[in-house]
Design a protein around this ligand. Sequence first.
Ligand SMILES: [Fe+2]
Length: 412
Amino acid sequence: MYNDKPRRFDYVEKVKLRVGDLRPGMYVCELDRPWLETPFLLQGIEIKTDTDIEMISRYCDYVYIDLERTKLVRVDLDAVPVGSYNNERRLVTLEREIEQASSARESTSNLVKSFIQEIQFGNSVDIQLAKAAVSECVATVMRNADAVMFMTQLRSKDEYASEHAFNVCIYAIVMGRLLGMRTWELENLGTCALLHDMGTVRVPDAILNKPGKLSSEEFEIVRMHPGWGKDILMSGRNLFTGTVDVAYAHHEAINGSGYPRGLNGTQINQNSKIVAIADRYDAIISARPYRRARDHLGAIGVLNKMATAAQLDMELTTSFVSYLGIYPPGTVVELSTGEVAIVLETNPANRLKPQILVIRDGSGQPQERYVDMSEAKLATSNQIYRITKVSQPDEIGVNLGQYKDAILRAMG
Ligand SMILES: [Fe+2]
């Protein structure tokens, strides 16, 4: 079993970064190779000029920056009021991060798929592998959360279980970040979130994917999945008890109306409360055989209702909803010009004017154009750009996945 709490005295809060993303003010505390294999005399470098970056690039592809000693970054990260977006918080740009976010999504989802297979074969899973994958997810959130938030909007029909696990993991990490959790706490939380629904592997597909309403007997079976999840994770290699707690408690409610134990708010641990919100949000915006997906605004309406009814934690829900804002990255919108666009990055100064990728012109013809809506000069003819509608990608035939390269082209 590994420790879920590192020793505080030797703990360094660090973020993995490509050398190309280094900027003056950052403090490099670790390289992708031993210091002794480099000419650097001290085991730690404060980046002062581009020459320092150039020097490091001769020896390394990746480095780790120490957030405590990185003055610039420390200010950026800590100056952010809880629950709000802020440009300064982005360590790297969206176009620099999108590939890494994409690869974190792929490897994490693939790991979940392999876990599901192992469980189906009756084998145990290695929790340490999950934690390693989650550490990449935490790193990408820390570098630029918009990139990986965009990734959570990509949906493929037959991959619900693994995509849901990844999405809940990312949303939970984002919420933990809003609470000021440190990297190791985020990794623990993300691991709990990634594995929260492993118990559903034992629920027959005929029930999980039933197009209609469940009978009370079928619902009883669904209600077994937190207990099954607990058993599966208890028998996992490199047991981490946090995952067991969250798998068992993620359907509990603050007012005691949840299952399987009917715990109340004081009996539910914080990670379980966070995962519950992340889980509900992703479930609501996902299409399932028994119901259509709701859009983002519909989903935050449901979350608010559930928090008001004391099913979800009010404070955590408010913080998450306020972070997501009205148009989170990956939202497909229609503009006053009749164009269709994808939201790429939010604009902290004006949430109604994000940066977008226009993918269809006013007559429905495909195009690729990057627009920063806050720059009024970019309005066409006499029309000011304004978002008029949020659309469901499926309903207007938009496949978000195909636009990853277009984003790189448009922004690059
Ligand atoms: Fe669940």
